[in-house]
Design a protein around this ligand. Structure first.
Ligand code: E4P
Length: 214
């Protein structure tokens, strides 16, 4: 399973890129709004740094508007992926982008049927939202398993991005259940490094080293 970072913050992207584990970036209007920046300028900065897929979400809600937004965004760099919401208009836009070989990420997926529809319309990626399903008492991880099973049975090559990740267990479970990618907030990527036995092991090695006799 690959790692994307779910942020529009350039410092966070730089830091995770320097760790050597970054395969792509996802942004959404809420993440961009936090940054107080020009969206297109920030996308240029991100795509200069990251070679993998960089998802940029359309703001229009009707198909012609989404297509116009997406074609503008796609001009920024070849690795821009157009993110569209899971609606009938969104899928009309996906069909057009797919015919033009522009990659798409269908977002706000909360059911297996939505994922199947998006894949059939030609989506490169689908983004089931784990945390938001958990928040309303559903099991987001079970949705990853179901989508993965359907895509395997039917030979669908749309990739599954586990999104709305809230904690490290989401990541381990998304990987075992067949997500191709997890898009993870910066804070949670850092949490993946933590283990008390690693810290204790380093302390012990250093203590033994400083107590050596020769
Ligand atoms: C990613 O593509 C999504 O926009 C993101 O993971 C949503 O996460 P949230 O539910 O924590 O806002």
């Amino acid at each position: 399973m690959k790692f994307f970072i779910d942020t529009a913050n350039l410092d966070e992207i730089r830091e995770v890129h320097s760790l050597g584990v970054l395969d792509g970036v996802t942004t959404n209007p809420s993440l961009v709004a936090k940054e107080n920046i020009s969206f297109h300028d920030r996308l240029r900065e991100i795509t200069d740094l990251v070679a993998g897929s960089v998802s940029a979400e359309v703001i229009a809600t009707d198909a012609p508007g989404m297509i116009e937004d997406g074609l503008e965004l796609a001009k920024i760099a070849p690795n821009i992926t157009i993110k569209v919401p899971m609606t009938p208009d969104g899928l009309k836009a996906v069909k057009v982008f797919s015919e033009k070989n522009i990659k798409t990420n269908v977002t706000l997926i909360f059911s297996a049927n939505q994922a199947l529809l998006a894949a059939r319309a030609g989506a490169s990626y689908v983004s089931p939202f784990l945390g938001r399903l958990d928040d309303i008492g559903h099991n987001g991880l079970d949705l990853i398993s179901t989508i993965s099973q359907i895509f395997d049975i039917h030979g669908i090559d749309t990739e599954i991005i586990a999104a709305s990740i809230r904690h490290p267990i989401h990541i381990t479970e998304a990987a075992t259940r067949g997500a191709h990618i997890a898009t993870v907030p910066y804070k949670t990527i850092l949490q993946l490094f933590n283990h008390p036995l690693t810290d204790q092991g380093i302390e012990k090695f250093l203590a033994d080293w400083s107590n050596r006799t020769k």
